[in-house]
Design a protein around this ligand. Structure first.
Ligand code: URA
Length: 233
């Protein structure tokens, strides 16, 4: 009798680990995460389910990213009266959303982080004359330079706006090694570009796709993330 292979993650026909970097963490490609990513990638998924599923993938991404945030030893006394040598995050963390899609990961940060938390925003769009990414708006907490910064951007395609955003954050005095780029789906090209420009950042992602379309969509990808999350299609 055929039981199926529960370890065989057949949902993915694309290589997930073709690009590797010691500061890149790809979530374990278990059947649960792959089933969530299948919902996101399915063109038939409606906006409500897409947004709910993003929250669930976001919870996993933030949990993984928080492992790179320092924590302090914190003993607590359990109901048996014994002391448990625990850990508690105490470092201030700032989530910086690259608008508009990055804001989709803010709720997961609020749920996931019990320590001091603030949010910044960056709006970067392509300049129609130069075709280069241009900063239209930014707002940060005043003490961002001393915080761990999670850059929230679900899609890393060419890396153009991601690199521009990281430059803006570094210009605030944030050391590169304190920046964690939190991402749902990266292209191989985008991940390579990010590390070639900023070798000390960390990248936490749920998947890496090999290809991009001629219009710079990640392929097979999941389409326009912002349009699908906000229902603007
Ligand atoms: N942004 C998106 O929303 N989708 C892509 O495939 C690439 C960039």
């Amino acid at each position: 009798m055929h039981h199926g292979n529960e370890k065989d993650n057949g949902a993915s026909c694309h290589t997930q680990d073709a690009f590797e970097h010691e500061r890149m963490f790809v979530l374990p490609q278990g059947n649960h995460l792959l089933s969530l990513m299948t919902v996101l990638r399915d063109a038939k998924t409606n906006s409500t389910l897409f947004a709910e599923t993003t929250e669930r993938v976001g919870d996993q991404l933030i949990a993984a990213a928080l492992d790179f945030v320092p924590a302090e030893k914190t003993p607590v006394v359990s109901p048996t009266g014994s002391t448990y040598q625990g850990m508690r995050h105490t470092a201030p963390v700032c989530g910086v959303s690259i608008l508009r899609a990055g804001a989709s990961l803010e709720n997961a940060m609020r749920r996931g982080y019990a320590g001091p938390l603030s949010f910044g925003k960056v709006l970067i769009q392509r300049d129609e004359e130069t075709c280069q990414p241009k900063l239209f708006y930014s707002k940060f907490p005043p003490n961002i330079a001393s915080q761990r910064v999670m850059v929230l951007e679900p899609m890393l395609a060419t890396g153009g706006s991601a690199c521009a955003a990281i430059n803006v954050i570094k210009a605030q005095g944030v050391p590169e090694e304190n920046i964690i780029f939190v991402n749902v789906l990266a292209s191989r090209y985008g991940a390579k570009t990010l590390f070639s420009r900023f070798p000390q950042i960390r990248l936490v992602t749920a998947a890496v796709d090999e290809d991009m379309t001629l219009s710079n969509h990640i392929d097979p990808g999941l389409g326009d993330f912002g349009d699908r999350f906000y229902g603007t299609y």
